[in-house]
Design a protein around this ligand. Structure first.
Ligand code: ADP
Ligand code: MG
Length: 334
């Protein structure tokens, strides 16, 4: 668990990059820091492994204040992945990954075995083990970067825009891999991105920063989408993106059986509804009350679900499209 209590970073030139940050990144979860460029995401992340020292407040990793921890020891428990994987160009892939366990005392043989295992874990074909970084695509290099960060088996993984430089299709598969990996390994991950869709897709909880290093909102993705605290967050999570979407209409609060009965073509009722698109009760998008209409009725045990179409269906439709159930969501790019 990583706890920020009133954490501030004022650089020597007077710039306040992070201003009284309060949040807890829970153990075994993915916490995402998202916000516009320059809002203090990287600074917040780097304070966790003490690459940058906080100038105010308290920041604890596993109960220990980072300023009283030995930096080398602190970092052994924290993997770190950045946008450019930063691989050693003259070492093979397997040796790039094996370097870390060797540094912490593994034999060469054990380190290489571990490296091969990690290649599989991050979805790299082990036949690439003998190649050099330049012989890999950008996406493959990022996978190596993730494998290397995992090599010492740290409980915490910090990731600073790790997928921002790869093309959208590869990025999507890297995101999927990360979710799979996290569900298998249960790392505590803090992930920085400027891309709200990525944040919504990956985050168990998402911290939205505003310029000036202030936290605007820290919530689960569904809450950000359905209950943004102010206009800045609302705008940032995509109120006006004008997605047209189809999702199953349900309610957070009332059982399906007591939803009002609607018919295809009816306008949506005008209070308190959200769109649950993957059947798992995680609201992935929502419609403005009263905006939109019913396009399909789906009979389910205990009542009906309604597919809706609405110009104001917000955000997260990418996540919905790739949801495991793949259920009932279509997006019209107009
Ligand atoms: P982000 O990762 O959200 O783009 P950063 O954390 O890198 O933002 O930077 C936050 C703010 O702190 C920016 O205004 C940036 O210019 C400033 N900043 C970052 N590093 C330093 C530094 N070493 N000295 C002074 N200002 C800095
Ligand atoms: Mg940054």
């Amino acid at each position: 668990m990583i706890e920020f209590r009133g954490v501030t970073k004022r650089f020597p030139d007077g710039t306040v990059a992070v201003d009284e940050l309060d949040l807890v990144a829970e153990q075994g979860r993915i916490t995402v820091f998202v916000g516009p460029s320059g809002c203090g995401k990287t600074t917040s992340l780097r304070m966790i492994n003490r690459m940058i020292e906080p100038t105010g407040g308290e920041l604890r990793v596993d109960g220990r204040d980072v300023l009283s921890a030995d930096p080398a020891e602190l970092r052994r428990g924290i993997g770190y992945v950045i946008q450019q994987a930063g691989l050693f160009p003259h070492r093979t892939i397997v040796d790039n990954i094996a370097t870390v366990p060797m540094l912490v005392g593994s034999s060469k043989k054990a380190a290489r075995d571990r490296a091969m295992e990690l290649m599989e874990i991050v979805g790299l074909d082990t036949s690439m083990a003998g190649r050099y970084p330049a012989q890999l695509s950008g996406g493959q290099q990022q996978r190596v970067g993730v494998a290397r960060a995992l090599a010492a088996d740290p409980p915490v993984l910090l990731m600073d825009e790790p997928f921002s430089a790869v093309d959208p299709i590869v990025r999507e598969s890297l995101q999927e891999e990360l979710l799979r990996l996290q569900s298998e390994l249960g790392k505590t991950i803090v992930f920085v991105t400027h891309d709200i869709d990525e944040a919504i897709k990956l985050g168990d909880k998402v911290a939205v920063f505003r310029v000036g290093g202030r936290l605007a909102q820290y919530d689960e993705p569904g809450v950000l989408l359905s209950r943004p605290v102010d206009g800045f967050v609302d705008n940032f999570v995509g109120r006006d993106r004008g997605y047209r979407g189809l999702g199953f209409l349900s309610s957070d609060t009332i059982p399906i059986g007591s939803l009002p009965v609607l018919s295809v073509g009816d306008p949506l009722p005008d209070d308190g509804w959200s769109v649950v698109v993957d059947g798992s009760a995680r609201p992935l998008g929502w419609v403005e009350a009263g905006e939109g209409r019913v396009t399909e009725e789906v009979i389910v045990p205990g009542g009906s679900l309604y597919a809706v179409e609405s110009g104001s269906l917000r955000g997260a439709l990418d996540a919905a499209l790739s949801s495991p159930s793949g259920q009932g969501v279509a997006v019209d790019a107009d």
